[in-house]
Write a protein of this length. Structure first.
Length: 165
């Protein structure tokens, strides 16, 4: 598990174009990235290791069932529902941070790539089997399809920072 030596501005980082048609496609790409890391051909352009990114994606899926950490500032809760369509149907922008949260987001602990992949595989299995049980803290209640779309967009953002050389 490796991380870049210095912090990069992810708003300016080179990113690969990624578009997932399903959460299963996310797992397929994550498996390819994990194999590339094992082969020494994975090139990260962001600040996180692959295991860290996979674990982060898994945690945010699981939060919809187990409870979200903290509470968003009032202005985000007010504006969130207005951004719902954009967040579900367009690529997410890098570098967005949750105010008051160290590191700007939750679930960023370092993980080995196999551990991150296993967590993501479990979380996606859960998401495929059952609709979320808690409303999204930013967007409010989501249908199962909207939930799947949101997490495909989230995975596109984070996995776009990993290239296979």
């Amino acid at each position: 598990m490796s991380t870049p030596a210095q912090t990069v501005n992810t708003k300016k980082s080179l990113r690969r174009e990624v578009g997932y048609s399903s959460l299963q496609a996310v797992l397929i790409d994550a498996g390819r990235l994990m194999a590339a890391e094992s082969a020494g051909t994975l090139r990260p352009t962001g600040n996180w290791s692959l295991g860290q990114a996979l674990g982060h994606l898994a945690a945010w899926i699981d939060f919809a069932y187990d409870g979200y950490p903290g509470r968003l500032p009032w202005f985000m809760r007010l504006l969130g529902p207005l951004m719902k369509n954009r967040m579900l149907h367009r690529s997410a922008s890098p570098g967005i941070r949750i105010p008051g949260v160290p590191g700007g987001t939750h679930a960023t602990e370092p993980l080995s790539t196999p551990e991150g992949y296993q967590r993501l595989e479990r979380a996606i299995g859960r998401a495929l089997a059952q609709a979320p049980t808690r409303p999204n803290p930013l967007l409010g209640p989501l249908s199962h399809e909207e939930f799947m779309l949101l997490h495909r967009r989230h995975a596109e953002l984070h996995l776009s920072f990993f290239w296979i050389a």
